[in-house]
Write a protein that binds this ligand. Structure first.
Ligand code: BGC
Length: 741
C-alpha cells in the first residue's frame, strides 16, 4: 500500500507542468518535499532518530519490541548495528508495511576497514600511497555491506592526528591535510561510486566533525583548543575534500572545540559545513553525543541538549533519545525550530532517496547476493595486494632483507606471530579470525621445502613474564635468521584506547635485546595501530618492517616482503617520534623565531632528547636505491593564473626493480600569517627497473599556495617560496621561486 502512495507522489510530479514551484524542483526534491508535507511532526522527529541493535551470539538483534513499535509508529527512521540480509529485511518490512507513511529505514554500521573481508587498518592503507587500491578496498567494503542489507557506512574517519597516543590514529590517514584529503576522496568514491542507487554502493560519512584528533594529551574524547587558522588550514581540509567529493553524511565529534562541543557547534556545522560549503547531506551525531552535552556542562538538561544540537545543525541523533523525547515540546516554545526540523528531515529523506530506498526498500537485503558476495576470493586477493603495499621498510642494515626462502632454519619469535585477532585489528566489523592467515603460517607457506620454521612466542604482548625467553633463545641460536614479531595487541589502539607510553608493551623490548645477543640477524616485524617510539629497536635491530595491522591476508603479505617477492614501497603517513616527550611532533610545523639549531642553546629544542623524530613523515626504504637528479624549474617566477613546472630525474640506482613515492613539498617563506616549514602538495608513485630513469614532472599553481590569511580569506600571497622534492619530508633537494600578481 505504501509503495502505492509513493507511486502516486512520483506520478504527480512527473505529470506536472507549468511555471509553478514544483516544476523547478528536481524530481528528487519534489518527491521529498511532497513527502515532508504529508508528515506529522512526530514522524519528522522519528526520521531524525537512530537506535542501535544489540548482539546475541548469532548476530545483531533488535531485542526490544518497543523499539520495533517506534518503527511502526513512524518514530524511528534508522538503525545502526543491525545488518544481514534477513534481519534488515524483517525490520524494513515493519517500516515499509507497518507504518503510516511506510518510509524505509536506513541501516548504518562502522566498516572502518572492511565489512567481512578485513583490509589493513586505514592508517596502514594510507602508507601505500596507492589511491586506486585504497578506493578499491572501500568499494569492496561497500559491495559486501550492501549485500548484507546495509546502506550506510560510518567511514571514512578523516580526522588529522598529530598525537600517536590517541588510539584512533589507526582509523585515519595520519597527520597531513593534503594527503588526508586525497585518501578521503578515494574512500568516499570507493564507498559511494558514481551512483548511490547502484546495488553495490553505500553512503559514506566523513567523521568526526571536527578537530576530534586534537584531543589534549592524546586522551580520547578530551577537549580540543584549535585556533581558527589551524582549524581551517589543517583539521577541516579533508572534511571539505570529502564534502566536495559528495559524501552523503557527516558525523559530529565528541570533543569540546574551543568551548563549544562539536555536536552543538553552530559555527562548524551551520556556518562552515552547511553555509560556506553549501553541503546538502545529513549530519548524524556521534553515539549519544547529543545527550553528552549535559556532561560537557553545555546544556543544563536533556531537553536543552536537544535544542542546542538541533540549532547547531545535527540532523539525526544517534542512540540517545533527546530528540524523540523533547523536540515536540520544544517546538511549542521555539517555533523557529520547525524549519530546522523540516530541513533535517529533508536531508535524511534525501539520502534515503539517493540510495533508491523509496523505489525498492528491500533491494539491499538479498540473501542470495549476500551469500555470493560476502568474503569472496577476489576480495581476499585484494586484501593481500593492499596489505603488502601498506608495509613500510624502516631499517635494512647490511641488506638483511629480503631473506632467502631456502635458508636452513628460521626462528619466528614473538607473541604476535600467530595472533589472528591482532591481524584483524580493532573496528574489524564482521571480520572473522578464522579467515586470517597469520604471519607464522604466511612464512610456512612461503619458504622452500627444506627450510625449517621454528616458533616460540617468547613472551606475551603485555606482561612481565620472561619465562618463555629460554625457549626462544634456544630456537634463535639454532637458526640462520630471526623474525621477531612484536607490537601492540589489536585492542591497544582504536576508540577509548589511548596510551601514555607508546613503546613496545610488556617485556617485548627485552625479548628483542635477548635475541640480538644471539648474534643472529634480527628482523623485526612490528604490528601496531599507532607509531611506536622505541629507539633501541630501530637503532639496533638488523631490519625493521612497519606492518601496522594488515587484515585477513596479513601473513602472506608480510611474507611477500620478507622473502622479496614484493619490494616494499610504503611511506609513513605519520611521523614516528623518538619518545612521548616529543609529542606533538609533525612535519608541517611552524618555524618559530628560534628554529632548532644544535649549536645554539637558545633555540627550540630539548636538553634531554633530540628535536628530530625517529622517522620523518613520508619516510620508507626499498630493496633498491633511488637517486634524484637536479631539481629544475621552468621559470624563476610565475603569475597567478599561470603555473610553474617542477621536474627531476629519478633513477633506480640499485639492482632490483622498485617503486618510489616522489613527494613534492612547498614552503611559503613569508606570510601575513606564519606558514609551516613544509607542506605536502603532490606526489607520484613511480615503478622503475634496475638502472632505469624517469623524468618526474609536477605543476604548481597559485591555488596550491593558498591559505587562510590574516583577514581569514583563503588566498595565496605573492612573494618567495621554496619547493622541495624527495623521498620523504626531510629532503633537502630544493629550489626557490616567486609568485607574482
Ligand atoms: C564512535 C563513532 C562510531 C559510533 C557508532 C562512536 O563511539 O565515535 O566513530 O561511528 O560510535 O558505532
Amino acid at each position: 500500500m505504501r509503495t502505492l502512495v509513493f507511486a502516486i507522489i512520483i506520478g504527480f510530479f512527473v505529470g506536472c507542468s507549468g511555471p509553478d514551484k514544483t516544476t523547478t524542483l528536481s524530481p528528487r526534491d519534489a518527491f521529498i518535499d511532497s513527502l515532508l508535507s504529508e508528515m506529522t511532526i512526530e514522524e519528522k522527529i522519528g526520521q531524525m532518530s537512530q537506535s542501535t541493535g544489540s548482539w546475541e551470539t548469532t548476530g545483531p538483534i533488535i531485542a526490544d519490541s518497543s523499539t520495533l513499535d517506534l518503527v511502526r509508529t513512524g518514530r524511528l527512521g534508522s538503525f545502526l548495528n543491525v545488518f544481514g540480509a534477513e534481519r534488515t529485511r524483517k525490520a524494513q518490512e515493519i517500516a515499509v508495511n507497518g507504518s503510516r507513511l511506510g518510509i524505509p529505514l536506513i541501516f548504518g554500521y562502522d566498516m572502518i576497514h572492511g565489512y567481512a573481508t578485513t583490509f589493513p587498518i586505514p592508517l596502514a592503507e594510507a602508507a601505500s600511497w596507492d589511491l586506486e587500491l585504497i578506493k578499491k578496498s572501500a568499494a569492496i567494503t561497500a559491495l559486501e555491506a550492501s549485500a548484507a542489507g546495509l546502506h550506510w557506512n560510518f567511514a571514512p574517519m578523516v580526522d588529522i592526528a598529530r598525537d600517536p597516543r590517541w588510539g584512533r590514529i589507526m582509523e585515519g590517514a595520519g597527520e597531513d591535510p593534503w594527503w588526508g584529503s586525497q585518501v578521503a576522496i578515494a574512500r568516499v568514491r570507493g564507498y559511494q561510486g558514481n551512483d548511490l542507487k547502484s546495488l553495490s554502493t553505500i553512503a559514506a560519512t566523513a567523521k568526526h566533525f571536527a578537530g576530534y584528533g586534537a584531543a589534549e594529551g592524546g586522551r580520547d574524547y578530551n577537549t580540543t583548543e584549535i585556533s581558527e587558522h589551524t582549524l581551517r588550514d589543517v583539521y577541516l581540509v579533508p572534511f571539505q575534500a570529502a564534502a566536495k567529493a559528495g559524501v552523503a553524511a557527516f558525523m559530529n565529534g565528541f570533543n569540546d572545540l574551543n568551548g563549544t562541543p562539536a555536536t552543538a557547534n553552530k559555527f562548524l556545522v551551520r556556518q562552515i559545513l552547511k553555509k560556506e560549503w553549501d553541503w546538502k547531506g545529513l549530519v548524524v551525531s556521534d553515539w549519544a553525543s547529543v545527550q553528552e552535552l549535559t556532561d560537557h556542562g553545555f546544556a543544563a538538561t536533556d531537553s536543552e541538549a536537544a535544542g542546542l544540537a538541533l540549532e547547531a545543525g545535527c540532523d539525526m541523533e544517534m542512540v540517545s533519545k533527546t530528540y524523540d523525547e523533547y523536540l515536540i515540546d520544544l517546538v511549542q516554545q521555539h517555533p523557529e525550530y520547525l524549519p530546522m526540523i523540516d530541513d533535517a528531515t529533508l536531508r535524511i529523506l534525501g539520502v534515503k532517496y539517493d540510495l533508491g530506498l523509496f523505489e525498492d526498500p528491500f533491494r539491499y537485503s538479498d540473501l542470495q547476493r549476500e551469500k555470493q558476495i560476502v568474503r569472496n576470493n577476489d576480495h581476499f586477493k585484494h586484501a593481500r595486494e593492499i596489505a603488502k603495499r601498506s608495509i613500510v621498510l624502516l631499517e635494512n642494515r647490511n641488506r638483511t632483507l629480503p631473506l632467502d626462502p631456502n635458508l636452513r632454519k628460521i626462528a619466528v619469535i614473538g607473541p604476535l606471530a600467530e595472533d589472528r585477532e591482532t591481524a584483524l585489528g580493532t573496528w574489524s566489523a564482521q571480520g572473522q579470525q578464522s579467515d586470517v592467515t597469520p604471519l607464522l603460517q604466511g612464512i610456512q607457506l612461503a619458504v622452500g621445502e627444506k627450510t625449517k620454521v621454528l616458533y616460540a612466542a617468547g613472551s606475551e604482548i603485555n606482561s612481565t613474564d620472561k619465562s618463555g625467553f629460554n625457549k626462544a633463545r634456544a630456537l634463535a641460536k639454532q637458526s640462520d635468521a630471526i623474525i621477531a614479531v612484536v607490537g601492540e595487541h589489536a585492542l591497544m589502539s582504536g576508540e577509548a584506547l589511548s596510551r601514555s607510553d607508546i613503546g613496545l608493551p610488556g617485556v617485548q623490548l627485552d625479548l628483542l635485546k635477548m635475541l640480538k645477543e644471539t648474534g643472529k640477524p634480527v628482523i623485526v616485524v612490528l604490528m601496531n595501530g599507532r607509531p611506536i617510539a622505541e629507539p633501541w629497536m630501530y637503532e639496533n635491530c638488523d631490519a625493521v618492517l612497519e606492518t601496522w595491522l594488515l587484515g585477513v591476508q596479513s601473513g602472506p603479505a608480510i611474507a611477500d616482503v620478507i622473502f622479496g617477492s614484493y619490494n616494499p614501497a610504503g611511506k609513513l603517513p605519520v611521523t614516528i617520534p623518538r619518545s612521548v616527550g616529543q609529542i606533538p611532533i609533525y612535519y608541517n610545523h611552524k618555524n618559530t623565531g628560534r628554529a632548532a639549531d644544535p649549536a645554539d642553546r637558545y633555540t627550540s629544542k630539548y636538553i634531554d632528547e633530540a628535536f628530530v623524530p625517529q622517522y620523518p613523515f613520508g619516510y620508507g626504504l626499498s630493496y633498491t636505491t633511488f637517486e634524484y637528479g637536479e631539481l629544475t624549474l621552468d621559470k624563476p617566477a610565475f603569475h597567478r593564473g599561470d603555473s610553474l613546472s617542477v621536474s627531476v630525474v629519478l633513477t633506480n640506482s640499485g639492482s632490483v626493480a622498485g617503486e618510489e613515492v616522489v613527494q613534492l613539498y612547498v614552503r611559503d617563506l613569508f606570510g601575513s600569517v606564519t606558514r609551516p616549514v613544509l607542506e605536502l602538495k603532490n606526489f607520484e608513485k613511480v615503478l622503475l627497473n634496475a638502472g632505469e630513469s624517469h623524468l618526474v614532472k609536477f605543476k604548481i599553481k597559485a591555488e596550491d599556495l593558498s591559505f587562510w590569511d590574516k583577514n581569514m580569506a583563503f588566498r595565496s600571497e605573492t612573494g618567495q617560496f621554496k619547493v622541495f622534492v624527495g623521498s620523504n619530508s626531510a629532503t633537502q633537494l630544493q629550489q626557490e621561486f616567486e609568485l607574482l600578481d
